[in-house]
Design a protein around this ligand. Structure first.
Ligand SMILES: Nc1ncnc2c1ncn2[C@@H]1O[C@H](COP(=O)(O)OP(=O)(O)OP(=O)(O)O)[C@@H](O)[C@H]1O
Length: 747
């Protein structure tokens, strides 16, 4: 087992893998059978489970959950494997988890969780969690170090009570009538705190380290026996509080060791620390006070219990309503201790499973319906579990990845970067060599100044000094020239940026031209289509038939009229053979009729002709429609081609842009590196300049001094002789005071 662990914090793994994904709260329903009491009361089963489906029906209501156990649903034995085992597996990957048992008094929460310490409760969730946990630890212990801690608290009347407090091991009868722990006087109350990284912790609660299954079971038993229970109408041994048994699993994994840049291995640096918590929550009964038959103290207790459950309901409502969640509505976690403690389990960093326990008895129908509604809303809650690494190991992981990346990059870049590095190294070496030369010169000059006898100093020395000064000035200029090279690099970068802007501009122009073309094609298409509607709006076949029929009718009519005319003509001929007045009269009438018929015939002919004309026109418009149709087809083909081209161009541009961005990223990185080198070189450069400046100044001062000395000696040779020692001494003192120590120079 490990030593004191670093405090963990929820850290999304680099690259986003394995964490931070939304996952809904899983909800399962556990329907217990009718118990002896209910049978004795003659209760009927009012809950139906649709076989083969996770669906529960009560009255007219029907609910679908993730799983339904008991009754005609899945067997209760499958509950652990399907709902809880994945959460236990997740613990080993660093994910927090919560299992909540919810339901009215006597619905089977304690039975389901298995915290009742009766034989029948052994199949419950907590005992199975413990045995699976230790089984897994046993198989993994050769590659991972584990540390397990447990804590057990209950929330009673909005007070957090420590069920594992070693200072009061014996169960005591509390003044308010229920069994429970006695608060030790002077012991500070347990407080719920939120750390800076959002982790909810319990300050002051006992957290014991456990090394075996037996030990853990003993703590669970000890805590369970200390739990506040009391009897109600509905359950003789009713849990009056919300109980939370928390298992903390810490693990130090040895992950694949990685070789460092110099080829050595750093095994010790590759440990990864993970820490995850599993909350096993047995909530107090959710029934309404009046049904429990509770009175007095129990009733007050009920109010407090329900305060937690009410707040829990409000939290579930706020989180379960997608609209409210999106609007970022306030979630009232702080309304009760229970919701505050379960903050991470509901909408936070945890994988959560809620088990809604229900009784099938018809007398509990109302409560059962409420439980199902409550649970149904919880299904909409989305959590965001992340791997809980300690910041140090996640930072190390990041650095390791960065190192790997840089090594890969170095390999990929091959010679070109090493050339650059070489150039920079050479420049640094050159600057350092120049620096050393200058220092050496300075040193020589200084010692010469100190040792020189002013009598030996003549104008020649002064000229040497001025020549040296010139040399130093030249050095200064050469250093400035190196600055110019850097400016040139920047200018070439600017040129590249210009190219990029031009390319983007070109792309935008091309896209907008193609957009215009597309727009134009769309306009033409619309035009042609509306023309087409005008031309081809009629039913051509029907129209043809109509005209054909009309012409035929006219043909018939014409024939009838012509026959009538022929008949009349024949009659007139017969009549003209006779000579009496009556015949004459008839002849006149017939002639009249004949005339009318002639006009009718010519009318019909005209109509027929116009109909033929119309038919011809129709044929023409049919041809026009066909042509239009062809045009429309060709415009559509052009449009498709253009869209295809646009897509291609956009894709090409996207690819180009992506590669540019990649390049840019690389360049930026290089730029940063170069910038750093530049700063370094500039600093050296600056220092060199200062040295040169000072040296030039010193040379000038020394020259001046020497000249003064020479002149002084020339003007009073006698005095000179007696004072020469003093002057020399003074000169030395002066020269020392003029020349700061080498240490000061480079400070
Ligand atoms: N699945 C089941 N099969 C058989 N009996 C069950 C089952 N679930 C519960 N019971 C029985 O029902 C009774 C009440 O169960 P339990 O004490 O677990 O209810 P509870 O919800 O924890 O009640 P409270 O909230 O009052 O503590 C117990 O006698 C228990 O043995």
């Amino acid at each position: 087992m490990m030593d004191a662990p670093p405090s963990p914090s929820p850290v999304s793994p680099p690259g986003g893998g394995g964490g931070g994904e939304d996952c809904c709260v899983k909800v399962a329903v556990h329907v217990r059978p009718l118990i002896a009491d209910e049978k004795a009361q003659g209760c009927k089963d009012c809950v139906t489970v649709v076989p083969g489906k996770p669906q529960v029906q009560i009255g007219t209501h029907s609910f679908t959950f993730d799983h339904v156990y008991g009754s005609t649903g899945s067997p209760s034995t499958a509950m652990f494997e399907e709902c809880v085992a994945p959460l236990v597996d997740g613990l080993f990957q660093g994910y927090n988890a919560t299992v909540l048992a919810y339901g009215q008094t006597g619905s089977g929460k304690t039975y389901t969780m298995g915290t009742g310490f009766k034989e029948s409760y052994q199949a419950g969730i907590v005992p199975q969690v413990m045995s699976v946990l230790f089984g897994k630890i046993e198989t993994l212990k050769h590659q991972t170090e584990f540390q397990l801690h447990v804590s057990f608290i209950e929330i009673l009347k909005e007070e957090v009570r420590d069920l594992l407090d070693p200072s009061c091991l014996h169960k005591a009868e509390s003044p308010n009538g229920h069994a429970g722990k006695v608060n030790v006087p002077g012991k500070p109350p347990i407080q719920i705190r939120e750390s800076s990284n959002g982790v909810i912790t319990l300050a002051g609660s006992t957290e014991v380290s456990v090394g075996s299954l037996k030990e853990m079971a003993a703590y669970l038993e000890q805590g369970s026996l200390s739990r506040a229970t009391g009897s109600t109408n509905m359950n003789n041994q009713s849990s009056r509080s919300h109980a939370i048994f928390t298992i903390t699993l810490e693990q130090m994994q040895k992950i694949n060791s990685l070789s460092t840049g110099d080829g050595s291995q750093n095994d010790g640096m590759n440990d990864e620390y993970l820490c995850a918590k599993l909350h096993l929550v047995d909530l107090a009964g959710s029934e309404r006070a009046k049904r429990t038959g509770s009175d007095g103290l129990r009733f007050k207790e009920g109010i407090h219990i329900n305060k937690g459950l009410l707040a829990l309901g409000n939290v579930i409502s706020a989180l379960g309503d997608e609209k409210k969640r999106k609007e970022g509505l306030h979630v009232p976690y702080r309304d009760s201790k229970l919701t505050r403690l379960l903050q991470d389990s509901l909408g936070g960093n945890s994988r959560t499973c809620m088990i809604a326990c229900i009784s099938p008895a018809d007398i509990n129908a109302e409560e059962t319906l409420n439980t199902l509604k409550y649970a149904n809303r919880a299904r909409n809650i989305k959590n965001k579990p992340v791997v809980n690494r300690d910041p140090m190991s996640s930072e190390m992981l990041k650095m390791r990845q960065q190192l790997e990346y840089l090594q890969a990059e170095l390999c990929a870049r091959g010679g070109s970067s090493s050339d650059e590095v070489q150039v920079l190294k050479e420049r640094i070496a050159w600057l350092e060599a120049t620096n050393e030369d200058l220092c050496r010169e300075l040193h020589v000059y200084r010692s010469r100044c100190a040792a020189v006898d002013p009598r030996d100093i003549d104008a020649q020395d002064a000229s040497i000094c001025s020549v040296k000064g010139e040399g130093l000035k030249r050095s200064l200029r050469s250093l400035e020239a190196s600055d110019y090279q850097m400016v040139e690099t920047v200018q070439s970068d600017t040129r590249e940026i210009d190219d990029e802007v031009a390319k983007e501009w070109e792309h935008t122009l091309l896209q907008s031209t193609m957009d215009k073309e597309l727009h134009e094609l769309n306009r033409r298409l619309e035009e042609k289509e509306s023309e087409m509607k005008l031309v081809g709006g009629f039913d051509t076949v029907a129209l043809k038939q109509h005209f054909g029929k009309k012409i035929m009718e006219m043909e018939d009519e014409k024939r009838v009229v012509q026959q009538e005319r022929d008949r009349l003509l024949a009659e007139i001929e017969n009549l003209s053979a006779g000579s009496d007045g009556h015949a004459q009269k008839l002849q006149d009438v017939h002639s009249q009729k004949l005339k009318t018929l002639e006009t009718q015939i010519s009318d019909l002919k005209k109509k027929q002709e116009s109909q033929v004309q119309l038919l011809k026109q129709k044929q023409k418009s049919d041809e026009a429609a066909k042509k239009l149709q062809e045009e429309i087809q060709s415009i559509k083909a052009q449009k498709v081609q253009l869209q295809h081209r646009m897509k291609q161009e956009a894709e090409q541009f996207r690819q180009w842009k992506a590669s540019r961005e990649k390049e840019l990223l690389q360049l930026r990185k290089e730029g940063r590196r170069n910038e750093y080198e530049r700063h370094k070189l500039q600093a050296i450069n600056q220092r060199q300049k200062m040295v040169l400046q000072r040296k030039t100044e010193e040379a000038a001062v020394a020259t001046k001094r020497l000249k003064e000395l020479l002149e002084g000696r020339k003007s009073s040779p006698r005095e000179n002789g007696s004072l020469s020692n003093g002057h020399v001494a003074n000169g030395q003192v002066l020269s020392i005071s003029f020349l700061p120590s080498r240490g000061n120079f480079f400070a």
